[in-house]
Design a binder for this molecule. Structure first.
Ligand code: GDP
Ligand code: GDP
Length: 503
């Protein structure tokens, strides 16, 4: 029927572009001491000092929830270790019953861990029974943990697998939470489940909302008015380009609310100020000002650090030195600067380019250079970051206190675009117009897009639903992305068109 829309899904879903609220939840279950916490920690990439040694060591732990990263997959993961310890006595059945309906209701998948060294344990059977009773819709993936030990001749994987099948949940996979062995197998087992789920969610969002015709995607993602949240700004650039001076200019007349924030760790020291009634956080300015890490090798700690900071920022202001432009007379951006600008765009951050020290070009001898630089820099940026049009460029003289207002205007403007949410109704009205004003060479080549919806803001991310077997070609996607950016003035805040699904 008309309602049955199909998501075009040529290449794997890019999970990094999906709102984490929409991701499915995977719960890790198993009797005590099989390695649930160890697996949880591995999936969320956290190394915890405390992994408890024996069941008796278990102290009450809260049920933990995190965002798991497994290859290209992202999902929410629950460590049920906290639940089983809620009641210290009684059978596992009783204890795990405290795993409330609440938790299971929002869980789509389960990884059922057993300890391959210990062999099948009566409590494993009980966990299996419990799952059948309380989590009927969930067909768990059996994972034989600690299987690195089998390589030592303790037993064979095949024997262990035969045993594990007795649980009645199909073929097990062999993993080792501690060494990372078998994570590919876990990925491969989860991938089809999670991808199917994601496509369903995206389709349902559409169906539930009356065929998308009248809905506003705000209701779906439950995120509203993000533009009111504090703007996180990172001012970055090579040493000596004038970042500190610029910062002082920005802060000059503003009320600095807090210095380095109390209670925050050193790597998240931040300054907060108010600009026209709006709170702005300067992301890790201390770190950036001391050492930007731009001039170091790709694997250095400071580069990792700068990547982390980029991810934390909403808007990245990259400061360039106008004078160096003359000295080198060809390019205004060094390789490192191009790399970081591209990275900001790829990570979906809003980017503003600041060309500082323009005062040095104002002398008589240089007056032509002044105009030249003004012309050349935006062109150059367009060349090195072709996927985004209209990245704002602001020319300043931090020393003379010039350009402050322009900088702030662009930063705020970029942020607001970055937070933009377009209602599905508006998008679909737009889609009809844009499709009719574009003429396809071959009429048959015109794609049939049923609905178009924004799945997430910050950065704005869109999904196109097509009907039947039609798939969007790269050209179609480029066309849609370009039109979207132009018509809604998404300019420098837009992330690059990525795979066949997300624009
Ligand atoms: P939980 O009670 O299920 O959360 O289990 P834990 O994660 O606390 O792990 C219990 C014990 O098993 C700890 O001593 C871990 O170091 C150990 N462990 C966890 N995963 C592995 C593994 O893959 N191999 C081995 N050899 N030990 C593991
Ligand atoms: P940072 O290392 O990027 O923080 O750079 P600083 O803010 O410490 O500035 C480095 C040098 O450039 C200092 O001597 C500043 O006075 C100078 N400087 C900064 N902004 C300007 C500017 O707009 N014009 C001129 N002529 N010099 C500037």
């Amino acid at each position: 029927t008309d309602k049955k829309v199909k998501v075009v899904h040529e290449k794997p879903i890019d999970f990094t572009k999906i709102d984490t609220n929409l991701l499915p939840t995977v719960i890790i279950v198993g009797r005590p001491n099989v390695g649930k916490s160890a697996l949880y920690n591995r999936l969320i990439r956290r190394r915890e000092a405390l992994v408890y040694n024996t069941p008796a060591d278990h102290v009450t732990r809260d049920i933990r929830e995190g965002i798991a990263k497994l290859g290209d997959l992202r999902f929410r993961v629950l460590d049920s270790a906290g639940l089983e310890t809620e009641a210290a006595s009684g059978s596992i059945l009783q204890r795990t019953t405290s795993m409330t309906a609440n938790v299971l209701a929002r869980t789509q998948f389960a990884v059922f861990l057993i300890d391959v060294r210990a062999g099948l344990h009566p409590l494993d059977m009980e966990v299996g029974k419990w799952l059948r009773k309380h989590a009927q819709g969930i067909n768990p993936i059996i994972a034989m943990n600690k299987s690195e030990s089998l390589c030592d001749g303790v037993g064979s994987i095949a024997d262990a697998a035969d045993e594990a099948r007795m649980l009645g949940f199909g073929d097990p996979i062999a993993i080792s939470a501690e060494t990372g062995l078998g994570m590919t197998a876990l990925h491969d087992a989860l991938q089809p489940l999670i991808e199917d789920y994601m496509l369903q969610v995206l389709n349902n969002n559409c169906d539930q909302n009356n065929g998308c015709a009248t809905s506003n995607v705000d209701d779906v993602a439950g995120e509203v008015d993000e533009s009111k949240l504090p703007l996180q700004l990172a001012i970055i650039g090579r040493p000596n380009v004038g970042k500190s001076t610029l910062l002082n200019t920005l802060l000059q007349e503003e009320r600095v609310l807090v210095g380095p924030e109390v209670g925050l760790t050193r790597d998240s020291v931040r300054t907060q100020f108010e600009y026209q009634g709006r709170t702005i956080y300067l992301v890790d300015t201390a770190g950036w000002l001391q050492r930007t890490g731009l001039e170091k090798g790709p694997s250095s700690l400071s580069v990792m650090q700068s990547r982390k900071n980029l991810m934390r920022a909403h808007v990245v202001a990259l400061v360039l030195d106008a004078e160096e432009k003359i000295a080198k007379s060809r390019r205004s951006m060094t390789h490192a600067e191009v790399v970081i600008a591209r990275r900001a765009v790829e990570e979906g951050r809003g980017l503003v380019i600041i060309v500082n020290k323009m005062d040095l070009l104002k002398g008589k001898r240089n007056s032509m250079l002044f105009d030249k630089v003004m012309e050349a820099v935006p062109l150059e940026i367009q060349t090195v970051i072709p996927q985004v049009t209209g990245i704002p460029v602001v020319f300043t003289s931090a020393l003379e206190g010039k350009g402050r207002i322009a900088v702030m205007r662009q930063v705020i403007d970029t942020y607001e675009k970055w937070c933009l949410r377009l209602s599905t109704a508006r998008l679909n009205r737009w889609l009809r117009k844009v499709m009719s004003r574009h003429s396809w060479k071959d009429q048959a080549a015109q794609p049939t897009i049923k609905y178009f919806t924004q799945v997430k803001a910050r950065p704005p991310t869109f999904v196109a639903f097509t009907s039947g077997k039609t798939q969007l070609s790269d050209t179609d996607i480029r066309f849609l992305t370009k039109s979207l950016k132009e018509d809604f003035d998404l300019g420098g805040s837009q992330s690059e068109s990525c795979n066949g699904l997300f624009l």
